[in-house]
Structures are given as structure tokens and as C-alpha cells.
Design a protein around this ligand. Structure first.
Ligand code: SF4
Length: 345
């Protein structure tokens, strides 16, 4: 069962852009497709404070992974490009800097863990060499020093027999252990921001919990800011401070995760809560959100959620709802009827 976290950590209450380590403002990303250009990220804004964990939630195709790629300067080129907005990391607008400068931030400042560890690992190199490469490239470590540092990191991420396994190849590890290797590579240079994109999706449920606990523990130990991207609210509920719910490349709702959990302001958030065992409390009452994620090449008019929304009225089909403050500090929702949703109407 999903439990709710007590607000904790230095960034637990931080939604203040002035204290942000990462500030994304009105980000727009366009992709060229065979069906014409689509905009998977369409005016997204959020902040992450030092030491804070932000969960970015949404269905597949909602734009959350594209947002992470844009922040890291890893959008697939030439199909994808940022067409508007700002990505400010530690006071520097990354979109105005040369690609080489952004590349130098990857590793020592910002690091990323991807869904499939096999995408991050080279099958023909020993895992110790791949972890150690971070120290050789960025810190000028010798081969021997790099290997010792790799063993140390493998221990820290909970890989048993690290001194022996450092010479194994990726295919000799289970999926969960491979993801631990990737996490070791990501934290090797003590980054200030870790973005984990669906880090547990490819793993079975027991291992999912272990990896989330590992990430939460490392976040506390290293004091990193963390962005956890997931389609599964249950996976991040116990480790995130705040959440940003994304729908059709736009923010649907944002706020402290506990508050959104207890009293959602957007019908999409309310639907997610109703479909979550730990919140519904009764398996028989679980209610899936009807309908399918929107086609980005042919978005509905007005509110993109209106074809699936039980609260939809004529205004929703005509007017796009702006993200606006609702109920308390740091809460915002993009819904014309947020107050009624909050009241459970
Ligand atoms: Fe539903 Fe209308 Fe709110 Fe959109 S604006 S989420 S359609 S009530």
C-alpha cells in the first residue's frame, strides 16, 4: 500500500523560483514527424530547489521525458528542437549557451538515469571500466584509482561482491543490478541535480521499491535535487516532496504531493488518485481514467483533457484553462472548475 510522506528535506516547501537550482519557464519543444510538426512540450514551467525531489507525472507521451531531454541538452536532433522558453540551471540560461558548455555540466552538475539501463551501458566493456571512465575523463584518475572508485560506488549502490563484480559485463547482471550500475555512473561525480526518467519501469515490483529506496537514500546522502519522472504515482509517493502533473505537454496540476494526494484540484489528478490502490483503499472501487491520451497531432480545442473529463462543460471545449493558483501556497491547477473539484463536487 502506498503511504504518504511527511513533508521533509530542505526543499520540502520550496516552490520559490528565487531559490531554485533549476527553473524551467514556458518551455516549448517541437518535433518534426511524418504527420507534420507536433509540440510535445507546450509551455511547461516548474522549479526544483536544491535538495528537493520533484515528481513529474503523466501518461506515456505527455511530454515529461522530452522535457528531461531538453533540460539535459539531449533532444534527438534534428527532429526535436526547443522553440521557446527558458531553462535556467544555477542562474545560467542553458538555451543561450553553446552545446559544449552544456555538455560539460553533464556528470559533475546534472546527471540522468534512463528507463532502460542497457541504453546507458556498453555491452562490450566491463561495468567497472564504464563507471571508472567518469573519474578518468573528468578527474584525471589513473586506471587503478578509477577501478577503486568504481568498486566503492558499486558498494554504495548496494551491489554485492563489488570487488569481484567490477570486472563483469552488463549482461551478467540482473535488470535491477544493471540499474544500480547506471545509478552509480550517474552519481559518480556528485551531481547537484539527478533526473531519473522512469527508472523502475523495466523492473519487477519488488525491485522497483528497492531502486526507489536507493534513489531516495542517495538523494538524502548526497543532498542532490532530484526529478523523478514516472507514469506511476504509487512509485514516487513516498519519496517526492512536490509533484508536477503533465497532460499533453502542459502542466495540469502542481503542488506538494501530500496536498494533491489528499485534495486534488484537477480532474486528471483526481482520476489518478481514484486509480491508485493506496489512496482508494478499496480495490473494488478503483476507477481507471476513461479514454486514451490525446493525439498531439490533433489536440482537442480548449482544455486538452475535455474528452475524458467528467467535469467538462461548454467553456472547457472553447477556452484553454491557464495554470492558476488554487488552495494554498505552491498549489496551481489548469482547470476552469478547480474549486469545484477541490470541494469534491
Ligand atoms: Fe475538465 Fe474543464 Fe477542468 Fe479541463 S477545464 S479539466 S475539461 S473541468
Amino acid at each position: 500500500m502506498t503511504t504518504l510522506p511527511a513533508p521533509q528535506g530542505p526543499g520540502a516547501s520550496a516552490a520559490d523560483p528565487s531559490s531554485a537550482l533549476l527553473e524551467v519557464t514556458d518551455l516549448r519543444v517541437q518535433f518534426a514527424t511524418a504527420a507534420g510538426p507536433i509540440t510535445p512540450v507546450d509551455g511547461l514551467s516548474f522549479t526544483v530547489a536544491p535538495g528537493e525531489t520533484l515528481a513529474v507525472l503523466g501518461e506515456s507521451g505527455s511530454g515529461k521525458s522530452v522535457t528531461a531531454q531538453a533540460v539535459m541538452g539531449l533532444l534527438p536532433r534534428p527532429a526535436g528542437r526547443v522553440t521557446g522558453g527558458r531553462i535556467v540551471y544555477d542562474g545560467v540560461d542553458l538555451l543561450t549557451r553553446p552545446a559544449a558548455q552544456v555538455r560539460r555540466l553533464r556528470g559533475p552538475e546534472m546527471a540522468m538515469v534512463f528507463q532502460d539501463p542497457l541504453c546507458s551501458l556498453n555491452p562490450v566493456f566491463r561495468v567497472g571500466a564504464q563507471i571508472g571512465e567518469m573519474f578518468r575523463r573528468h578527474r584525471g584518475a589513473s586506471r587503478r584509482q578509477a577501478k577503486a572508485a568504481a568498486v566503492d560506488l558499486m558498494k554504495r549502490v548496494g551491489i554485492p561482491d563489488a570487488a569481484k563484480r567490477v570486472d563483469d559485463y552488463p549482461h551478467q547482471f540482473s535488470g535491477g543490478m544493471r540499474q544500480r550500475v547506471v545509478i552509480a555512473m550517474a552519481i559518480a561525480l556528485d551531481p547537484r541535480l539527478l533526473i531519473a526518467d522512469e527508472p523502475t519501469t523495466a523492473l519487477d515490483v519488488t525491485v522497483q521499491a528497492q531502486i526507489m529506496n536507493l534513489l531516495a537514500g542517495l538523494q538524502q546522502e548526497y543532498g542532490m535535487a532530484m526529478v523523478l519522472i514516472t507514469h506511476d504515482l504509487g512509485v514516487v509517493a513516498d519519496v517526492a516532496d512536490r509533484m508536477l502533473l503533465v497532460y499533453a505537454g502542459r502542466a495540469a496540476e502542481t503542488g506538494r504531493i501530500r496536498e494533491v494526494y489528499e485534495r486534488p484540484a484537477h480532474p486528471y489528478a483526481a482520476g489518478l488518485m481514484a486509480s491508485l490502490p493506496g489512496v482508494a483503499g478499496d480495490q473494488e472501487r478503483l476507477t481507471p481514467i476513461p479514454g486514451a491520451p490525446p493525439n498531439l497531432a490533433a489536440l482537442p480545442s480548449g482544455c486538452p483533457f475535455h474528452p475524458r473529463c467528467p467535469y467538462a462543460v461548454d467553456r472547457c471545449r472553447a477556452e484553454r484553462p491557464p495554470l492558476r493558483a488554487v488552495s494554498g501556497a505552491g498549489r496551481a491547477a489548469a482547470c476552469h472548475r478547480a474549486e469545484e473539484v477541490l470541494d469534491g463536487g
